[in-house]
Design a protein around this ligand. Structure first.
Ligand SMILES: Cc1cc2nc3c(=O)[nH]c(=O)nc-3n(C[C@H](O)[C@H](O)[C@H](O)COP(=O)(O)OP(=O)(O)OC[C@H]3O[C@@H](n4cnc5c(N)ncnc54)[C@H](O)[C@@H]3O)c2cc1C
Length: 463
């Protein structure tokens, strides 16, 4: 029995079904996908991804990439360039698929960029295998050691020590800001390195037709293995599940506490109560009358755009959020998928989304702050807005109980909680309740659409 049809619940169910087990998957919402869903949030004919759009981690995932998802309707579309980071001088730094091409845009820092990424990209396959796994004896210790030397550092110190110029520093800062940590925190560099590495090694594609297609392909594959999926079936207590075993829960610690009632032993319960969630997000979806008019023409080639200027500015905004304040000029992550996938908007029209980080549970409307950041690098943007949909952190959690306080990673991913999530146990997926496992992004390797938490939880349950 699997509860929750997010990418991890679906991956867990597939891993169990492929091992020959009969599987039932119960999803509380009307559709499968969790953070991998699409909906017409603004106007008829516009497809918006309610959460994830960029599927680098799905491609890097040792489990998802071996599934026959193309046979179940999934088509991944690669933008010309994974990422652009515009600057106030009217130029933009572009993260290209190739390390060499990216380095060429970084001037004097090009060589340092190649020194950082060339060796990692060469061994990206085995490295992703190590990074998307629970804490264990490494299969490739030298490789992991090389990555770890830079990855354990804070984003700010790595950027300042490796690079001389603002362009390379800003590029790295934007990637590291996905961590939702202070850029002064240890391991905040790890997220930026992994994201840039994935751009070079596998690309940052989007699912043609919207992320729902990825979730639907996973669900279709699961059904083809004989499993049953029930949607609109929220589970409120483990008692509802009868004698089913094993039970894998695509939920975070707070929900496990509620589902298990008094069944959990005190020590484990207290450890779950101490689990820390990170900041939230405020998200905007737009229906647009045309493509975003970027000042720097090369930004049009990128699927993802990071809006926040220099390293210092990005770091200051993230620091504000991390310390519980709303940043006046927040760092904004924007995705313009309709530029590369014409099924997402009516002919000649476009859709895009953006979010910024905010304090946990925030209900402040960040529309003006986010749109000011877009307008800063694309004057005239506001005139193109035909409709918008907004979600503050409270609404993000209301739509998906796994996003506690709007935290989209299922819990803070700092050095203490990255590998020991949700609590330090030899098998982090197991719980003290016999046959009950956690399989969400609150278990290693954490947030993102990679399905590896589900895969490892299923492996633990099968063992
Ligand atoms: C705005 C936004 C943008 C993002 N962008 C990206 C991106 O571009 N790329 C990327 O890789 N990641 C991205 N993410 C993160 C990614 O979506 C998540 O990390 C990922 O979906 C986590 O997968 P999961 O299976 O652990 O949980 P979820 O996807 O959250 O799924 C959990 C599922 O369990 C169900 N559920 C929970 N409790 C119960 C219950 N009691 N009974 C029944 N069902 C239940 C929920 O309804 C949900 O369907 C983004 C997230 C957000 C919100």
């Amino acid at each position: 029995m699997v509860v929750g049809a997010g990418p991890n619940g679906l991956a867990a169910a597939i891993a169990l079904a492929r091992a020959g087990r009969g599987v039932r998957l119960l999803e509380g919402q009307a559709t499968v996908g969790g953070g991998c869903r699409s909906a017409e949030l603004t106007l008829p004919g516009y497809v918006h991804d309610t959460c994830s759009t960029v599927h680098a981690l799905a491609l890097a995932s040792p489990f998802l990439r071996q599934l026959p998802l193309a046979e179940h309707g999934l088509e991944l579309v690669h933008p010309d360039a994974p990422l652009a980071h515009p600057l106030d001088d009217g130029s933009a730094v572009v993260l290209e698929r190739s390390v060499a091409d990216t380095a060429r845009g970084l001037g004097a820092d090009g060589r340092a960029y190649r020194r950082l990424f060339d060796p990692l990209v060469r061994d990206a396959g085995p490295l992703f295998g190590e990074l998307l796994a629970p804490l264990r004896a490494p299969r490739h210790p030298l490789l992991l050691g090389r990555f770890g030397l830079s990855a354990v550092r804070s984003a700010a110190s790595l950027a300042r020590s490796r690079f001389e110029g603002e362009r390379a520093r800003a590029l790295l800062a934007g990637c590291c800001a996905h961590s939702m940590l202070s850029l002064r925190s240890p391991v905040s560099a790890a997220f930026g390195i992994v994201l840039a590495l994935s751009a070079h090694a596998v690309g940052w594609p989007v699912a043609r037709g919207g992320s729902q297609r990825l979730a639907d392909a996973l669900a279709d594959h699961l059904r083809s293995l004989g499993a049953a999926i029930e949607t609109g079936r929220p589970v409120e207590s483990l008692d509802e599940l009868g004698q089913a075993a094993p039970v894998l829960l695509d939920v975070t610690p707070r929900q496990l506490l509620a589902l298990a009632g008094t069944r959990l032993p005190d020590r484990y319960r207290r450890a779950l109560e101490r689990y820390r969630y990170g900041p939230g997000i405020f998200k905007l979806d737009w229906a647009l009358d045309g493509p975003i008019p970027w000042t720097a023409a090369e930004v049009a080639r990128a699927g993802t755009v990071h809006l926040g200027g220099t390293l210092d500015e990005v770091a200051a905004g993230e620091q504000d959020t991390f310390e519980g304040r709303h940043a006046p000029r927040p760092f904004v992550l924007l995705v313009q998928a309709s530029r590369f996938d014409d099924t997402r908007a009516p002919a000649g029209k476009h859709s895009a989304w953006a979010y910024c980080h905010v304090p946990s549970g925030s209900t402040r409307d960040m529309t003006a702050a986010i749109e000011a950041q877009v307008e800063r690098f694309a004057p005239g943007f506001r005139d193109l807005i035909a409709a918008r949909s907004t979600m503050d952190s409270a609404e993000v959690e209301r739509r998906n109980p796994n996003y506690v306080g709007g935290d989209i990673n299922g819990g803070l991913q700092d050095i203490r909680q990255l590998f020991t999530r949700p609590v330090a146990r030899p098998v982090p997926y197991s719980t003290p309740l016999p046959g009950v496992y956690l399989c969400s992004s609150s278990t290693p390797p954490g947030g993102g659409v990679h399905g590896m938490s589900g895969y490892w939880a299923a492996r633990a349950a099968l063992r």
